[in-house]
Design a protein around this ligand. Structure first.
Ligand SMILES: C[S@@+](CC[C@H](N)C(=O)[O-])C[C@H]1O[C@@H](n2cnc3c(N)ncnc32)[C@H](O)[C@@H]1O
Length: 269
């Protein structure tokens, strides 16, 4: 919009939903006029262009950063733009890979690691819902669990997360995946996607007890994809070694590294 203004244009096409679709906006002398009838002054538009970590929505001619403090975790959650799907920052840490890839490609590589995804699927940690949404394209039904209501609030404002709220084949649960797993019958799920926060933030989701619970709710021949982090990094390599050992201890016989997806796949055989 700033570039179109410099070129002296009176209208231009831009994406108002973070790269999903395009709309025409009108460039006025003092402000931008959106198709909704809302308008935002040029100084604010300049401010947005200088901020690389926030996404904004326009509400009644005013800008609102998509960001919030979670009373539950004491952390700040916010939506951060990329050239593809946005990611969520939790205390400044992106919840998807953004280096040399983007959140959408990151999601596809996780799903590819356990494809074909069919039957009843458990997505242990919702986040922005990208893995749940992608899994629901081929699965019969997806249950996805999120511990922090603020993460769900941010997802609600994210255009890329809308299927989470609209697809009837996705059921959302607010709770702790560690406890919620106890509610499901043994052998209920054919696939589990386990994409936890980093080890230092959620150690219980990397514990033997958690893997035993995941093993119980998986069907015979079911499998779990477990995101861990860069296997080439010193921490990633150390954590991967521990995860492989504990998954085997929990009963998974075949445990295979999936380095492209920064994780491992384990089979209940
Ligand atoms: C890496 S993100 C998941 C990203 C998600 N797969 C996606 O595609 O957008 C991890 C999420 O797990 C949530 N979380 C942390 N501990 C949890 C727990 N014990 N049970 C369920 N969710 C948890 C965090 O709030 C965060 O939203």
């Amino acid at each position: 919009m700033l570039e179109a203004r410099k070129r002296g244009e009176s209208r231009t096409r831009v994406s108002l939903d973070l790269n999903l679709t395009e709309n025409e906006v009108t460039l006025q002398s003092e402000s931008i006029l959106f198709p909704t009838g809302d308008s935002i002054d040029w100084k604010s538009i300049q401010g947005i262009s200088e901020n690389e970590t926030n996404c904004y929505c326009v509400v009644e001619n005013a800008l609102k950063a998509i960001k919030g403090f979670s009373e539950f975790s004491g952390r700040v959650y916010g939506l951060m733009p990329t050239t593809s799907a946005p990611t969520m920052l939790i205390s400044g840490i992106p919840m998807h890979r953004i280096k040399d890839t983007n959140p959408y490609q990151d999601t596809l590589s996780k799903i590819k690691a356990i494809a074909p995804v069919k039957g009843d699927v458990l997505d242990t940690t919702t986040g922005l819902g990208y893995t749940a949404i992608e899994a629901a394209k081929t699965a019969g039904h997806v249950v996805t669990i999120e511990i922090d209501p603020m993460a769900q609030e941010i997802a609600r404002l994210n255009p890329w997360s809308q299927a989470l709220f609209e697809n009837p084949r996705i059921a959302q649960v607010i709770g702790d995946a560690f406890d919620e797993l106890e509610r499901f019958e043994s052998g209920f799920f054919s696939t589990i996607i386990h994409d936890p926060p980093m080890f230092s933030l959620a150690g219980d989701l990397y514990s033997l007890a958690f893997y035993q619970r995941a093993f119980r709710v998986l069907k015979h021949n079911g499998r779990i994809f477990h995101y861990i982090g860069d296997p080439q990094s010193k921490t990633g390599a150390r954590i991967t070694a521990g995860v492989l050992r504990r998954l085997q201890e929990a009963g998974f016989r075949r445990v295979i590294r999936a380095p492209r997806a920064f994780g491992v796949v384990a089979y209940k055989e």
